[in-house]
Design a protein around this ligand. Sequence first.
Ligand SMILES: Cc1ncc(COP(=O)(O)O)c(C=O)c1O
Length: 412
Amino acid sequence: MSVIPTLEADVLRRQDPELAEVLLGELTRQSTTLQLIAAENFTSPAVLAALGSPLANKYAEGYPGARYHGGCEIVDVAERIAVERAKALFGAEHANVQSHSGSSAVLAAYAALLRPGDTVLAMGLPFGGHLTHGSPANFSGRWFDFVGYGVEAESGLIDHDQVRTLARTHRPKAIVCGSISYPRHMDYAFFREVADETGAFLIADAAHPMGLVAGGAAPSPVPYADIVCATTHKVLRGPRGGMILCGGDLAERVDRAVFPFTQGGAQMHTIAAKAVAFGEAATPAFAAYAHQVVANARALARGLADAGLVVTTGGTDTHMVIVDPGPLGVDGRTARGRLAAAGMVLDTCALPHGDARGLRLGTAALTTQGMGEAEMARIAVLVAAVLREEVEGRQAREEVRELTGRFPPYPE
Ligand SMILES: Cc1ncc(COP(=O)(O)O)c(C=O)c1O
């Protein structure tokens, strides 16, 4: 089966060659460059098949058994399967799988627990907080009063004393633990303790580590947080989308916060694809994958440190590595451009000391392709050579092509 079922049937190519070219062009780009963006991965052909299925046609406002539209008996089965699989995978009492994205899941979590004007304590954006953790450009910063905690400049680790002090001083209604660029495990027990001491709800925004949690390669926030928000893409390797886990006591508030408060009809094709991904994530093969993702990130971190880059926090517990390319005489933005030209795609991110941009590298996609620690060591050397301009662009691209040729994301 082709990874783009509609192209296999030649339907799109015949009807809309212009768009067919775009889809094939993107498949080629993904297959011939290194995907080091920590938030990306390659979903399985089965997940892609569910996304491109007739469930995309169905309107289904509401929840299984209580829809505002007729003809939902079959898609109800898909959503029930997704919910049951999510609950079993993460040991949660309740799962809502309708959030269209990670951001909509966070919006719904706030809607379930907060009122406009409430105070929320979350990681500050300059230290790795997400847009939904109080950016003035986002609904969160406009509707709530955010207080930001940070990381220690020297170690890059969360400043737990500051978290406790800020919670005692500001008495937030909710505390959010989660980040877009924190490469270490969050201490969920600590955040729970501070939330209990100060009378706050605890929201874990575990968009990044949730795939590692599914595979047993990272601690779970589920026993500690009142609400866990996550994306179903990233390491979890499902379709782009969000989900929310919580205890039975908050189930109704969460469900009503998703629909009808923040969303309309559920996207049933995406929910079916989430069910497929949860099924895949429950297998021993996925557990092995999740552990390999971390082993690869550690190998990449070691290689980059050996090559002269500064690895924040001294390493990683997860799928991401945050580095300061400064010692190689290049800033984050220039570094990203040079690497992109060589076929290595990644993001810039905040650095602990906050006065320059660093690079965020992730191993989720490379590991799905079957690469291991030896390839990570080779990529680290290539990254440093490109940043130092010791290797010509053409030569670097050839090396990338050789790797992607040996480890194609969609061999079939
Ligand atoms: C911590 C965190 N929260 C929320 C999101 C938002 O997810 P989405 O892009 O699906 O809205 C992300 C995405 O990277 C994230 O890392």
